[in-house]
Design a protein around this ligand. Structure first.
Ligand SMILES: C[S@@+](CC[C@H](N)C(=O)[O-])C[C@H]1O[C@@H](n2cnc3c(N)ncnc32)[C@H](O)[C@@H]1O
Length: 240
């Protein structure tokens, strides 16, 4: 039986029984392997832009399951170009930068909206990804936090129809670099790591403020912005 890391497990838990899925940027392929082995997904598509990564997934599947199963569909290519409209229920994109994710999802918005659910785990640019999703009418329905080594990873579950955007409406109107997109108010509902996540962010902002205050080149506007970011984070911590 495949044992997933905590991060991959959080992604797997967002997929319901009988849903079909495509793992874009699959690399090792362990997530789709687990979903099929557990009988959760009857069909999985494993896709990667790198031939070396896709070979890694093929080798892992061969080693895990001695019999080749037609349930594993390997595709080499960029983003969701490898899929036809509505071909699967769920798209998972994990372990890449958030800006790259906006490029993958934004290349063909009609196709992106043809899937029922997106599960996104950006390694960077999380604020810019949230901004892009909300601006383009995608509904963030849930956020989870999960520890991986020294990192706290963020997992976004998204409804491409935008019908379920109750939580994301709360910050409409702020700019793409605003702290509200980096640490949205609903992160407080993301589980036991929420407080640590916000404290880490505040510590990072305090380091920036200290650097600015020591600098010979004064930038009072920047200092004021960082102070406002810290005030916002403190307001969230008051609610923890
Ligand atoms: C760090 S790995 C993440 C593997 C796995 N998804 C995970 O979360 O553990 C990122 C993978 O994304 C692939 N990748 C990067 N850009 C891509 C794109 N535009 N389309 C498909 N795959 C891409 C890379 O080749 C690499 O295998």
């Amino acid at each position: 039986m495949i044992r997933l890391t905590d991060r991959l497990r959080v992604l797997a838990d967002e997929i319901k029984e009988k849903e079909t899925m495509a793992d874009i940027g699959t690399d090792h392929g362990f997530l789709p392997a687990y979903l099929w082995e557990q009988g959760i997904c009857p069909k999985v598509i494993l896709s990667d832009v790198s031939p070396g990564s896709l070979d890694k997934a093929k080798n892992n599947i061969r080693e895990l399951f001695s019999e080749a199963s037609p349930a594993f569909d390997f595709r080499l290519g960029d983003g969701i170009q490898v899929l036809s409209d509505g071909e699967v229920d769920v798209i998972v994109i994990a372990g890449m930068g958030g800006i790259l994710m906006t490029e993958i999802l934004g290349e063909n918005p009609a196709k992106t909206r043809s899937f029922k659910k997106l599960i996104l785990q950006p390694r960077s640019g999380q604020g810019k990804l949230r901004y892009w999703l909300i601006r383009n009418g995608f509904g963030i329905t849930k956020e989870s936090l999960v520890r991986e080594g020294k990192y706290i990873c963020q997992v976004l579950t998204v409804d491409p129809s935008g019908n379920n955007c109750a939580i994301s409406r709360a910050i409409e109107g702020s700019g793409p670099n605003s702290i509200q997109y980096e640490v949205p108010p609903w992160i407080l509902s993301a589980g036991e790591l929420a407080e640590e996540f916000i404290l880490r962010k505040r510590a990072a902002e305090e380091r920036v403020l200290l650097g600015l205050s020591k600098s010979k080149m004064k930038d009072l506007e920047k200092e004021e912005t960082v102070k406002q970011r810290i005030t916002y984070l403190n307001s969230l911590l008051g609610g923890v």
